[in-house]
Design a protein around this ligand. Structure first.
Ligand SMILES: [Ca+2]
Ligand SMILES: [Ca+2]
Ligand SMILES: [Ca+2]
Ligand SMILES: [Ca+2]
Length: 544
């Protein structure tokens, strides 16, 4: 039986294999890295709290708000105040954070937030999602923010919002924003059992203010949304994941977004197929190496991994979660006989072996007896054959706190991706990745690079670009997106693991489709790829 089962796994793995890798290409997965719990020591004391309207949400935004290259954190608080923490870690050292109290950012009723530079002034702003009015916070430097709804003509509405994505259409001065809403609230602010429409917020003409929102109707209780160039046409369509707990006739959605045209849903006649899940989070990554992103959808019980069935002519997907080993439908420890409840999901390479890994945040909604109460988050390590292996406990990440939002981000700029998790009613989980070493002596596992993109114009972070990183004849691809996950995202260094390779070749396909040259980038360095430049601009963190 064991031999037969193993043979089956090998056969499936071979079928998933993106291609034969040539000399110098990474060909072996590394062990799990070690994560050290540093939440309390780092000075963070924060949980996501509140009753029914805060059973969902709980997002983390990770981005640099004081221009020191270290990612700072904005944490949703639900019924309690949200909190902004400045990163005071030393490069390669223990994690340290300092709370920055400020009425502008310490908002209540916050479900999540996403960083992006909305007004193009090169200071990152924050779109804050709330039960009630959403707030656009304009960064003014040194981790200070000011409300900018009026200045930018942004109508934050009064709905229960928990999902967001953004894209730039054409040469617009401002990004197009999509806001995902959950249940309709009655006049007393109590939840009904009817799903609210979502909203598309586009710039008014060529101006620097927003037009009135366009409803994306019907809404089916959205908990994650993502603009992505799924067919590599240069057009970014809006995928929405919806919670079937509250709809009878709804489904997952893909809105076709053509610049200057009204949004419209892709139809079944055009190849979109009905899928009904308890949709909570979206993560996308090109796992099969064909240039098109696979889409991971979190849910209760089985999670989904969608891949295009017949290429990019139509949005027809099949589920490959089982063959890839990422259904993660039950806890690997804890209440192992009950189904899981999954929220934030994120692809990143935590052991830098050049095989991307997948983190899935899990936790009971509140006290749903049909689902696991002790439901630890997953760390699924990518393997050369395209499968994933559960490794959270070996990595030191076993926790039974009810996780919601999260971010895998290198918080101390040592090239090892650290992890922050926002929990319901319990303190934030914060883990420093020490590789194969210890807290006192971290030891890198694989080589890595951290990249930022820079182009002229309002979209200077080049959201919508694809970054290709080549080692040997194997290419990793990442689409730069704003959105997805569960109620939070990050903007900052784009991390790639390189395995044992001492360098990588990097090419950027810019948001307008222009293909940049292959540039050599030395391993274990941070570098900005500026559009038109013939070499990377290396950056050394202070004290690093
Ligand atoms: Ca910072
Ligand atoms: Ca800005
Ligand atoms: Ca990996
Ligand atoms: Ca780190």
């Amino acid at each position: 039986m064991v031999v037969a089962a193993l043979a089956g796994v090998v056969a499936i793995g071979a079928a998933l294999l993106p291609g034969r890798f040539g000399s110098g290409a990474p060909n072996a997965a590394f062990d799990p890295p070690r994560f050290v719990d540093e939440a309390t020591a780092a000075g963070i004391e924060h949980s996501y709290d509140g009753e029914f309207t805060f059973f969902v949400g709980g997002g983390v935004a990770a981005f640099d708000c004081d221009d020191d290259a270290l990612a700072d954190l904005f944490l949703a608080g639900g019924a309690e105040r949200a909190a902004l923490y400045r990163n005071a870690s030393t490069v390669g050292g223990a994690l340290r954070f300092t709370q920055l109290p400020d009425p502008a950012t310490d908002l209540t009723e916050v479900t999540g937030a996403y960083p992006l530079d909305v007004d193009g002034d090169r200071i990152t702003d924050l779109v804050v999602l709330r039960v009630g009015e959403d707030v656009l916070l304009r960064g003014v430097g040194d981790c200070r923010f000011e409300r900018a709804n009026e200045r930018l003509g942004f109508d934050g509405g009064d709905a229960w919002s928990a999902a967001f994505s953004a894209t730039w259409e054409g040469n617009a001065a401002l990004p197009t924003l999509a806001i995902g809403n959950y249940l309709v609230l009655d006049p007393d602010g109590q939840a009904t059992f009817e799903c609210h429409d979502n909203q598309l917020v586009r710039p008014a003409g060529d101006g620097d203010r927003y037009a009135a929102p366009t409803p994306l109707s019907p809404g089916w209780c959205s908990l994650s949304m993502l603009f992505s160039d799924w067919d590599r046409s240069g057009r970014r369509d809006l995928r929405i994941s919806n919670d079937r707990h509250y709809y009878r006739h709804g489904e997952e959605q893909l809105w076709r977004i053509d610049a200057g045209e009204p949004p419209r849903l892709w139809t079944h006649e055009e190849g979109w197929q009905t899928l009904r899940v308890f949709g909570m989070g979206i993560a996308s990554h090109d796992l099969t190496g064909d240039g098109y992103p696979e889409v991971f959808l979190t849910s209760q019980a089985d999670n989904k991994l969608q891949t295009l069935t017949d290429g990019a002519d139509q949005p027809t997907y099949r589920d490959m979660a089982l063959e890839a080993g990422v259904t993660a439908q039950r806890p690997y420890a804890g209440d192992t006989t009950l189904p899981s409840t999954a929220w934030h999901a994120e692809f990143a390479d935590v052991n830098a072996d050049a095989f991307v890994d997948l983190f899935v945040a899990k936790g009971n909604v509140e006290a749903q007896a049909d689902y696991a109460a002790r439901d630890p988050s997953n760390l699924l390590l990518g393997q050369p054959d395209g499968t994933f292996v559960e490794s959270a406990e070996a990595a030191g990440l076993l926790s039974f706190a009810r996780a919601r939002g999260a971010a895998l981000v290198d918080l101390n700029l040592d090239g090892l991706l650290d992890l922050v998790v926002l929990n319901r009613r319990e303190n934030v989980g914060l883990w420093r990745n020490v590789g194969s070493g210890t807290a006192a002596q971290p030891q890198p596992m694989g080589n890595w690079i951290g990249l930022r993109l820079d182009q002229a114009g309002p979209n200077h972070d080049a959201i919508g670009a694809w970054v290709e990183v080549r080692v040997g004849d194997r290419v990793q691809r990442r689409e730069l997106t704003v959105g997805g996950g569960h109620a939070g995202g990050q903007l900052g260094w784009i991390h790639f693991g390189l395995g044992d390779s001492e360098r990588a070749d990097v090419s950027v396909i810019w948001p307008d489709g222009e293909v940049g040259p292959w540039l050599g980038v030395a391993a274990n360095s941070f570098a900005t790829i500026e559009r038109g430049a013939d070499a990377p601009d290396y950056f050394t963190p202070a004290g690093g």
